[in-house]
Design a protein around this ligand. Structure first.
Ligand code: HEC
Length: 140
């Protein structure tokens, strides 16, 4: 009888230990399965890889900004946008000086398709200036 009780408890102990081990593993697996697909990664937080690395690696280059925010109009000439590399279209604009072009890039050109920051609202003024520099450099 004592033996039976003992082995009953031994069995109980063993199986509960097994159950705990299993549930730990299961919990880990479940946590992995239900982990959010895209975790929010705050700027400056380097612990979460790609996005943060990009966000914290300083301003985007003029070329990057151009390719993501300006190219749609400035590579096609959509709405009368001066095309990158079109020396004639840029000559008069370049003659106005960088300050005017920067202001046009940041604030837009009223009454035209050139909207403020080319619609890139998360671009800093600095990044817009770099994109203007990139376009000017490639158009003279
Ligand atoms: C939706 C179309 C569109 C996008 C996107 C766009 N532009 Fe423009 N941009 C224009 C048009 C149209 C003009 C010509 C405006 C005019 O008639 O003077 C223009 C003109 C300019 C000028 C000349 C301004 C002047 O004073 O002569 C600059 C500089 C410029 N864009 C910079 C940018 C930059 C930098 C970006 C990206 C961050 C950008 N644009 C994105 C349409 C666009």
């Amino acid at each position: 009888m004592t033996r039976t009780v003992f082995s009953f408890f031994a069995l109980l102990l063993a199986s509960s230990a097994f159950a705990v081990e299993l549930s730990d593993r299961q919990r880990a697996e479940i946590e992995e399965r239900i982990a959010p697909v895209g975790e929010v990664c705050l700027q400056g937080d380097n612990s979460c890889g790609g996005a943060a690395a990009t966000a914290s690696s300083g301003p985007r280059s003029g070329e990057d900004v151009y390719n993501s925010a300006c190219m749609a109009c400035h590579s096609t000439g959509a709405g009368g946008a001066p095309k990158l590399g079109d020396v004639a279209a840029w000559a008069d604009r370049i003659a106005k000086g960088n300050d005017v072009l920067y202001a046009g890039g940041v604030n837009g050109v009223p009454g035209t398709g050139m909207i403020a920051k080319g619609g890139c609202m998360n671009c800093s003024d600095e990044e817009i200036h770099a994109a203007v520099d990139y376009m000017v450099a490639g158009s003279q």
